[in-house]
Design a protein around this ligand. Structure first.
Ligand code: NAP
Ligand code: COM
Length: 526
């Protein structure tokens, strides 16, 4: 379908995308210039997810000619379809449900009715609404960003300057690979049973209301989806081979922050089995899941009853075809090797997003796409993605940036901690309604121990902020800016932080707490 001279509105895009998704034989959606078959593009982006879309938009903005090819009938990739957007919907539901449970039959809150909290209903809510984000990405990329694309057509890379899709053969000076990654499935008995999901199949295939769940994994996906399931009333056990929040992919998680978060999950009734391995998924004959057998840290085996198993075991790209065609190099975890310009070892071939090393996060996907674009357009730009702010959800939003207290102590002579509740051992802080701000005010007055935790790690000699750690709500934005400030060459001192203008009651109390200490020539804990 040639839509170059059509200008579908959002509803028309939504309908076209839905029709295309429902029909495996639906035709490609072509938004191509009239000379596309003869043109030589500056870059063909294979994959129109966050990295490809942002890279192509940037390249176009710089005056280049990009083309995006994607097998899905929409741009934006897995984020709006199966990953970040549903995750945020589910995490918000988890936070709301948590509040409903703690305040059940108090104040104006009704008595909590667990039968009203349904995983399936929220998944269906997502499915019914996800098309609007898809429609917007297609509309914006065509009408506002002026980027050519072919969607709903699988691309075949012929060589480093030639790609085929939808019956066209496109020629390009550069190829930018952004084909993403897929959830890992372990090879254990019973893995094919009905009731086993990962974050992709949960939204695509869930067809019953789970009542008892085992989540396998100890990182973000496991913590986030496990917290959501449990908050709906589906009793959840997390089975993690490492300590949770200590998985190899998570860096700079402070011990006290972790303790607050993990204790909070246990207080809410979740079972967390650490140092435990998945042995088998149980059931009768070809029947659905009835339980999970795990090997505990003690070496003992235990079978946990469950009707759902959820896998949060990380993601791997599938690069076999690209390796064969292009000869690109792939590391031991399946990620394409690039330099900091996103160049693979093959001239003119770039790789971006979840396909390469580093965290599988939105900022890295988008900025790696932009880095490829800017290099293609003649800039000499390196993108170092080794230091970054990070976050996950439980029933809270948990954010962190920079060094943990332990890392700072290993690196500096004197480390100062500014913390809420305060850094005073033995103080009876269990009834202290601090920290509190948006999202935790009711907790502060009724359940003060649930109102969050925050810690600032400062170098006592240079007075520079080394790290910040937060559990509560609404602080994620601040962490984006803190990341920038503390990682500038000049860093951020406690004096500068204490002189910022707080919008009281600010979710992270770092500005005012720093101000209370900044007058001291020799800093002390707070
Ligand atoms: P992940 O961070 O890569 O962690 C994988 C988890 O699975 C770890 O706990 C790992 O344990 C465990 N694991 C891997 N293979 C295993 C096996 N064979 N047997 C038992 N355990 C195994 O994966 P993820 O949580 O699925 O997240 C995937 C990516 O999406 C990550 O890059 C993540 O940052 C990103 N993401 C981000 C957010 C966010 O909120 N910012 C949300 C979701 C996902 P070990 O540590 O022992 O290896
Ligand atoms: C975000 C997708 S959901 S994109 O990064 O805007 O393409």
């Amino acid at each position: 379908m040639d839509i170059r001279d059509q200008h579908p509105d959002l509803a028309a895009w939504n309908a076209l995308i839905e029709r295309s998704l429902a029909d495996p034989d639906s035709e490609p959606i072509e938004n191509l210039g009239p000379d596309a078959d003869e043109a030589v593009y500056d870059a063909v982006f294979v994959g129109g997810g966050a990295g490809g879309r942002f890279g192509a938009a940037y390249l176009r903005a710089m005056g280049g000619r990009p083309l995006i090819l994607d097998a899905w009938p929409f741009l934006g990739g897995s984020c709006p379809h199966q990953a970040c957007v549903p995750h945020h919907l589910f995490s918000e539901a988890a936070a709301e449900l948590d509040r409903m449970r703690w305040f059940s039959d108090e104040l104006w809150f009704p008595k909590f009715d667990p039968s009203r909290a349904s995983i399936k209903e929220i998944v269906d809510l997502f499915l019914a609404g996800r098309g609007s984000a898809h429609a917007f990405m297609n509309w914006q990329t065509k009408e506002q960003l002026d980027v050519e694309y072919v969607l709903n057509a699988r691309a075949t890379v012929v060589d480093r300057t030639t790609v085929r899709a939808a019956g066209h053969t496109f020629r390009t000076r550069n190829l930018v690979l952004g084909i993403g990654a897929r959830p890992v499935t372990p090879d254990v008995p019973g893995i094919g049973r009905h009731g086993v999901y990962d974050f992709v199949t949960l939204v695509e295939e869930l067809d019953f209301e789970p009542t008892r769940c085992v989540v396998v994994g100890g990182s973000k996906v496991a913590m986030e989806y496990g917290s959501f399931f449990h908050a709906t009333g589906c009793d959840t056990t997390i089975v993690s081979r490492s300590e949770v929040m200590r998985s190899s992919s998570l860096e700079h998680v402070d011990d006290d922050l972790r303790r607050y978060v993990v204790d909070g999950m246990r207080t809410r009734g979740m079972e967390l089995l650490e140092g435990a391995d998945l042995v088998a998924i149980e059931g009768t004959g070809d029947g659905p899941v009835t339980g999970v057998t795990v090997r505990l840290a003690s070496g003992e085996q235990r079978t946990i009853a469950a009707d759902m198993v959820f896998l949060g075991l990380g993601e791997r790209p599938d690069t076999a075809a690209l390796q064969e065609t292009l000869g690109i190099e792939v590391g031991p975890t399946g990620r394409v090797r690039t330099n900091l310009r996103m160049q693979t070892g093959v001239p003119g071939v770039y790789a971006i997003g979840d396909l390469i090393g580093g965290p599988m996060e939105m900022w890295k996907a988008r900025k790696s796409g932009v880095t490829a674009a800017r290099n293609i357009m003649g800039e000499d730009l390196e993108f170092d993605y080794s230091r970054y702010p990070d976050f996950l959800h439980t029933t809270y939003e948990v954010s962190w940036v920079g060094l943990t207290e332990a890392e700072a102590r290993a690196a500096c002579d004197e480390v100062i901690i500014i913390q809420m509740p305060p850094y005073v051992e033995g103080l009876d802080t269990e009834h202290l309604p601090l920290p509190c701000a948006e999202g935790t005010m009711l907790y502060a007055f009724r359940r003060p121990e649930l109102s969050g935790f925050q810690k600032l790690v400062v170098d006592g000699t240079t007075r520079k902020v080394l790290g910040a750690h937060h559990c509560g709500y609404g602080a994620k934005d601040a962490f984006q800016y803190l990341d920038h400030l503390i990682h500038r060459p000049e860093g951020l001192t406690i004096d500068e932080l204490g002189w910022m203008n707080e919008l009281f009651l600010n979710p992270e109390h770092f500005v005012q707490l720093s101000r209370l200490r900044a007058g001291k020539g020799r800093l002390t804990h707070l």
